[in-house]
Write a protein that binds this ligand. Structure first.
Ligand SMILES: Cc1cc2nc3c(=O)[nH]c(=O)nc-3n(C[C@H](O)[C@H](O)[C@H](O)COP(=O)(O)O)c2cc1C
Length: 288
């Protein structure tokens, strides 16, 4: 059966001229720094061929499973967003006033605030019935084919309800799953971000990671730019809600990839960091 699917895939690739493989062969990987700009730009340009019949989904490969957390994981339920007082800031105002703000005061970020931020960023906002009778949850930010390749991690550095450490947002349960509690993570995260002082000062640093196979399974060679689009969608939601709440927030792409991946406990191959957002209350006496 597997062999049949593989051979069918090979034939489809020969017919369409598209070379797409789910296999990750590390000896074939060329570092980005060794590529000419024209090659790098292909990432944004997509492909010329009709790749649709070559994907894992088209070849009958089972779809990747969503993230599951161990039964004995320590969970911190987040208050339901509809039970919380939320700022009544017009979207136009949040867009007009949003700035990247890199000054943070010591005030802790509460579970209520994290609940509002995370629900508007990756929370479940609806569902759609599938042909097989199951329901597919839909989220606050769009995702190509509703594949949801992003995972959301939080380095909590100052909170009134959580110990300092690394947590992961469990979307289905609207809760935080505790991964590591360790005050030393704060300095380690700053080092992974090339020593940037505001990373240390932030109360919370959100990191979106990518799990590419979820999107590759359906979209093959155009999956990667879709995943990048999606990190932008999710991040923009987070930044606008932070602005509406009066928080300071700054998106960050300047980090050392494998150092950050190590702190997150992800393998840099099947999952890796994609985008960071430093968050916190502005210092006393300053407007956000
Ligand atoms: C993809 C992306 C990556 C960024 N990375 C960083 C960063 O690593 N460090 C930083 O201080 N600001 C970073 N920024 C913030 C930009 O410097 C900021 O958006 C820009 O100066 C415009 O200012 P504004 O966001 O206040 O409108 C990033 C912004 C984007 C969109």
């Amino acid at each position: 059966m597997m062999r049949h699917a593989f051979l069918t895939g090979c034939w489809i690739m020969l017919l369409t001229g598209t070379v797409w493989s789910d296999e990750l062969v590390s000896s074939d990987v060329v570092p980005l720094t060794g590529m000419p700009p024209a090659q790098l730009r292909l990432f944004l340009q997509g492909v010329e061929t009709d790749w649709r019949a070559t994907t894992g989904q088209a070849r009958g490969v089972p779809q990747p499973s969503p993230r599951a957390f161990p039964d004995d994981a320590v969970r911190h339920p987040l208050p339901a967003p509809e039970t919380l007082d939320q700022p009544d800031v017009p979207l136009r105002q949040a867009i007009a006033e949003r700035r990247s703000r890199r000054s943070f005061g010591p005030q802790a970020v509460s579970l209520e605030t994290l609940s509002i931020l995370l629900w508007h960023t990756q929370g479940i906002t609806g569902s759609v019935a599938l042909a097989d009778g199951t329901a597919l949850s839909l989220r606050a930010a769009p995702s190509a084919g509703a594949r949801y390749p992003l995972e959301t991690y939080l380095f909590v550095q100052s909170s009134d309800a959580l110990d300092a450490g690394l947590y992961q947002y469990d979307v289905a349960g609207h809760q935080l799953v505790e991964l590591v509690t360790d005050t030393a993570l704060r300095a380690a995260l700053q080092r992974a971000c090339f020593g940037e002082p505001f990373i240390y000062d932030a109360s919370v640093v959100v990191v979106f990671t990518a799990v590419p196979i979820r999107t590759e399974w359906r979209y093959g060679p155009i999956a990667h730019r879709m995943i990048a689009y999606e990190a932008g969608h999710a991040t923009q939601n987070l930044l606008l809600v932070a602005e509406a709440l009066g928080l300071s927030a700054c998106p960050v792409a300047a980090y050392h990839q494998s150092s950050l991946d190590r702190l997150l406990g992800v393998d840099s191959v099947d999952e890796f960091a994609l985008y960071l957002i430093a968050l916190g209350w502005p210092p006393a006496g300053t407007e956000p």
